[in-house]
Design a binder for this molecule. Sequence first.
Ligand SMILES: [Zn+2]
Length: 394
Amino acid sequence: MSSLLVDNIGELVTNGAGEGPLGIRRNAAVLVEEGRVVWVGPSAYAPAADRRLDAGGAAVLPGFVDSHAHLVFAGDRAAEFAARMAGQPYTGGGIRTTVGATRAATDNELRATVRRLRGEALRQGTTTMEIKSGYGLTVADEARSLRIAAESSTETTFLGAHVVPAEYADRPDDYVSLVCGPMLAAATPYAKWVDVFCERGAFDVDHARAILACGQAAGLGVRIHANQLGPGAGVRLGVELDAASVDHCTHLSDADVDALAGTAHSDGSGTRTVATLLPGAEFSTRSPYPDARRLLDAGVTVALATDCNPGSSYTSSMPFCVALAVREMRMTPAEAVWAATAGGARALRRDDIGVLTPGARADLVVLDAPSYLHLAYRPGVPLIRQVMRNGVTP
Ligand SMILES: [Zn+2]
């Protein structure tokens, strides 16, 4: 059994016991055995190990947990982005463009895109990345999207209800039956979660409830795209169905915030349903950002994720999302870093990631900076010096 000591850490973010909400420890060390953290403490008292990684006084934090990404697609929509920046509004209609390109692509083309984006995210410190289907929208294309996603992540999500495909445009009820029937059956072997884009122009709350309930009955966990483009009942539906996460949350009523706050754990450890905010989408669609402060002040657990997709948010960078959250959503740097690590883990109902405490997976990043503060303070700068997953450099 080979052990690794990461020592001489100037500032260690544990998200566990320590100083402040991030559980910070100074002049710290982390001992890793068999891919797990087995000891955390002062560098001066660190146990011996087979190998040593000297952090050189830099900051070390848990690897980012990106709990919302759409990586299985073909083509890009750079021209749509340019048109939007020239004044055209975002409606979600461009999803069908990507559906056409995805259906026409080979398995290997889709696989290459997933691997390229997954690698890009990893180099920016993302050690766990959820991956959704949702650009196939046929039984065969959704199943292969999830099969390919499952090669790169255990956190895979069936999003057959992304939009109603063109061939079902005048009979959405039939499409919902397809999603709940043969498509779900084909997707389930490769999926851990079920998700619906509950929005005007996509699926209404009754269709969303039917699809999520079918997925839940098939053993999948629930997540939902809700309240992105306008107000609606999506967030409350997520709470009703015990969703792990309601994602976007840009247009919330008091009742929505109350519903989320009502899922609070009795031990004060936050809410059972997490609000996942995706500021890359507001950035890329030039839309108003969600009110993170309102959620945080109500005691709602908040996660940050990229929403990486070719239409509304083509970034794989969690540091970029942290910087946006701080500058544009008035989260403190500590809140944003927590949301991008432990918050993402909560949104996936995981307690073995997003923290650096004994028993956790040794997923960590060494920054080229003395403090996590630099992630927001130095936006756009490649500050990830080293990434480890399960205690090894991938
Ligand atoms: Zn999304």
